[in-house]
Structures are given as structure tokens and as C-alpha cells.
Design a binder for this molecule. Structure first.
Ligand code: PMP
Length: 444
């Protein structure tokens, strides 16, 4: 059908065609084919029912924030600085906030100039802009397997091909990266960048070892591949530990994404990109065409918070909260999960990555888990190539320790019955299990 022919209404009793369901189907740009609802988002509605223990989402636990003093401060921003706060601002972001962002990044060894920082509407916008700047359809992006679902969404939206590189308990494996780059070169594919989450990985929960950081930076320099370093969790190490950022090792070859979503408040949607100077100029143009400027009010609220609050003390409080929840989850997993399951042991951040015995399909099992009043994110959503059917991500960031324990107990019950079915009838999955295997803690 061409756009000059209006869609015909469905005749009563006829099966509605795709075009009758969406009369705009012929008009969409080709790139929308890669835009699908993330499995995690699709799950949110069910998982947020109060009787369900949700180990699925990655919502920060904001209950620890000092809401009273924050609301006073927000009112002060409008009362004292309202004509600036409520006005358009610079596309690059408010200068004073960019200076403060440099101080935040210094905690992870980064020396940066505020001129090279672009404030974004969350780091998700940074991901979208960076992909827009660098990726033509068919270009290759190398990413850890598994990888952050929102990044995979951006890569799909710009029709980039994702090649996953397996990790172990020390993060991305340099040898596997070399191999992926060699394979891409053999196929004549252009690799535009390596996308990596070195600290407290979402969803794998692992951290890139310090030795490997230098090696990965070196490999990318050798192959002339840019690094996109995504670091929203870097300050959430449970022992207060931080790691040298990849940017600090190779400032000219790393685009760094930061965020206040996990260390302050995700609803304010304030993140940033730190980029080499020439890239920064292009980013500002891309940001301008996307939003004109990031919300001035939110930037001033973050700026005042950093200036007047003990924000480092607040991060410590967050860390303690998350550590307690991580402990509750790990001990419940130990106590309840059936033999044959393995999982990672995060030292910061929000997530545990679980591998279940062969034959169990976590995506197929999910409706049964929700019926048993527990939700998780099945592994396939974190791969661009359909791998991950034996994996799941469990988030411990939001529920209380008691709810986490109860959720894991319920999950273990579902897994036990799934495995019992397998023993009786053979495999309960019809999906092929292929692709790179995340090594279990026992084999890594
Ligand atoms: N990167 C990673 C690895 C994430 O986990 C998230 C949020 N879950 C984001 C980026 C996006 O964060 P935001 O847009 O809230 O800054």
C-alpha cells in the first residue's frame, strides 16, 4: 500500500491485517525495525503488583534521601534563582554544574576540564547521542556479553550490529576482545567502538580488574577503536573502593558517560558525557538538536545539592543500604537455590547474574515465577543475539532484605519444580542454547 491509499477499515469478522492495526506502518523509517519494547519494560506492569517480589527492575532505593531538606532546597532554587532555573540554558549544560561534575569524576582518577563535559538527560541520552554520532547502519559495536539493555536499545535504533565479548569474574576478557576484533577485520566490518561498563556491571555484577584495564585500553589503541566507558555505578563499591577509569588511562580515546541517577536521584535525569574536545563539539550539536538544552531547574537542583549537602556521606549511606541487600541476596541464594545454579558475587552496584542448569529456559519460566509471586529479568534481554536463555538478572537494589529473602525462596521453589519437570519429561525448553557462555564462578 502506498501512502496515498488510506488504510481500509477491517470488515466485520475479518482478521485485522498489520496495516489495519497501525495505519502508519508504511511510513516508518527503516531504523524503527530494530526498536522493540525491552523485555524488562514489558515486565514492569506485572512485576510491580504489590504481592510480587520484584527482583527484576533496577530502581535505586531513594528512601535514604533527606526529602525534607531537598524540598526546601528545591524551593530555594526557584525563589532565589528562578529566572535562570526556569529559562532555557546552554546546550552543553550549566557551567557551575560542569565544574562540580569534574570534582565528582576526580574521585575515580579523572582529570577533566569543564569545557569537555556535556550535561545530558541521564546517561541514556549520552548513549543515544554517542551512537548517533558514530554509527551508520551495519557498523559494529563491541559490547560485553551480557550488556546493558538500554545500550542495546540505542545500538538497535541506529542499526548497529552488536558483537558480544564474554566476561569472567574479572570482567571483559582481553583475549576475547582481541579475537572479536580479528574476526571483524576478517569479515571486513568496521568496528566503531567498544562499549563497556567496567564497574559493578549491569547486569553481570562483575568488575574489570585493574590489570585488565591497561590491557583493554592498549588493545583498543592498537586497533584504532574508540572506547565508550559507561560508569553509573563506580562510586557504589561496598567497601568504598574505586578503580581507575579507562578515561584516566587514555583520555583521547575514551568517551566517558556519567550519571547522578544512582548516586543521587534518577528522576532528575541528570547525567553527562566527558569526551575528547572534537567529539565534544559534535555532541553539543547533537544535544542541541535533541533537547535544545538539558533542564536548567534540575541542573541547578543537583548543583545546589552538591554544594550544600554532604553528598559523599549520602553515597556512603546508599552503599551501606545496597551492601545489606547484596548480603541478604547472596546468603538466600546460597541457602535456597538448587544444585547446578551458579551466580556472580558483586562488590558494588545493584545486580547478581545467575546461571541455571542446562535445559531450564529462564524466559519460558518467567510466567510461572510471576504466578509464584516473584519476578526477575531473563537473560535474553541482555544479549543482542538471542543468547542468555540459561541466565537471569536479579536486582537487590530496591526490595527490603526480608523481601529479597522471600523472593529468592519463591524463585528457588519455581526452579525446583522446573527441574523436576525436566527430570520427568526431559528438557522443558525448546530454545537452542548457543553463543558465548558467561563462565560460572566455579569455572572462571
Ligand atoms: N548505563 C547503565 C549501565 C545503566 O545501568 C543505566 C541505568 N540503569 C544507564 C546507563 C542509564 O542511566 P540514566 O539514564 O538514569 O543516567
Amino acid at each position: 500500500m502506498t501512502s496515498s491509499q488510506p488504510p481500509q477499515p477491517a470488515r466485520p469478522g475479518s482478521t485485522p491485517s498489520r496495516q489495519n492495526l497501525d495505519p502508519h506502518l508504511d511510513r516508518y523509517a527503516a531504523r524503527t525495525a530494530g526498536m522493540t519494547a525491552s523485555e524488562i519494560r514489558a515486565l514492569f506492569a506485572v512485576a510491580s503488583r504489590p504481592e510480587v517480589v520484584s527482583l527484576a527492575g533496577g530502581m535505586p532505593n531513594l528512601a535514604a534521601l533527606p526529602l525534607d531538606s531537598l524540598s526546601t532546597q528545591m524551593a530555594e532554587v526557584v525563589a532565589e534563582d528562578g529566572l535562570v532555573a526556569l529559562q532555557y540554558g546552554s546546550a552543553q549544560g550549566v557551567p557551575v554544574l560542569r565544574e562540580q561534575i569534574c570534582e565528582v569524576m576526580a574521585m575515580e582518577g579523572i582529570t577533566a576540564h569543564p569545557d569537555d563535559v556535556v550535561v545530558t538527560v541521564g546517561s541514556q541520552m549520552g548513549l543515544d547521542m554517542v551512537t548517533r554520532l558514530f554509527c551508520d547502519p551495519g557498523d559494529v559495536v563491541i559490547a560485553e556479553g551480557p550488556s546493558y539493555v538500554g545500550a542495546l536499545g540505542s545500538f538497535a535504533a541506529y542499526q548497529a550490529n552488536v558483537v558480544h565479548v564474554a566476561m569472567d569474574d574479572d570482567g571483559l576478557v582481553p583475549e576475547n576482545l582481541r579475537e572479536a576484533l580479528a574476526q571483524a577485520a576478517k569479515r571486513g566490518q568496521r568496528v566503531k567502538f567498544l562499549y563497556t561498563i567496567p564497574n559493578f556491571h549491569n547486569p553481570a555484577g562483575v568488575t574489570l580488574s585493574v590489570e585488565r584495564r591497561a590491557e583493554i585500553v592498549e588493545i583498543c589503541a592498537e586497533h584504532d577503536v574508540l572506547i565508550v566507558e559507561d560508569n553509573p555505578y563506580g562510586l557504589l563499591g561496598f567497601d568504598g573502593q574505586t578503580y581507575p577509569s579507562l578515561h584516566s588511562l587514555a583520555p583521547e580515546n575514551v568517551v566517558y558517560l556519567g550519571s547522578f541517577s544512582k548516586t543521587f536521584a534518577s528522576g532528575l535525569r541528570v547525567g553527562w558525557v566527558l569526551a575528547p574536545h572534537a567529539v565534544r563539539e559534535k555532541l553539543v550539536l547533537a544535544a542541541e538538536s535533541a533537547t535544545l538544552c538539558p533542564p536548567t531547574l534540575n541542573q541547578l537542583v543537583v548543583s545546589r545539592y552538591l554544594e550544600t549537602h554532604d553528598w559523599k556521606g549520602q553515597i556512603k549511606t546508599f552503599r551501606e543500604n545496597y551492601r545489606e541487600r547484596r548480603d541478604a541476596m547472596l546468603s538466600a541464594l546460597e541457602q535456597h537455590l538448587p544444585a547446578g545454579c551458579t551466580w556472580t558475587r558483586p562488590e558494588g552496584g545493584f545486580y547478581v547474574w545467575v546461571t541455571v542448569p542446562e535445559g531450564v529456559d529462564t524466559k519460558a519460566m518467567l510466567p510461572r515465577a510471576v504466578t509464584a509471586r516473584v519476578a526477575y529479568a531473563s537473560g535474553t534481554g541482555f544479549y543482542a543475539d538471542g543468547f542468555g536463555s540459561r541466565q537471569m538478572r536479579l536486582s537487590y537494589c530496591y526490595p527490603t532484605p526480608e523481601r529479597i529473602r522471600e523472593g529468592v525462596r519463591r524463585l528457588a521453589g519455581v526452579l525446583e519444580s522446573e527441574m523436576e519437570l525436566m527430570r520427568t519429561f526431559g528438557s522443558v525448553t525448546t530454545r537452542a542454547v548457543s553463543g558465548p557462555q558467561f563462565p560460572s564462578p566455579d569455572t572462571a
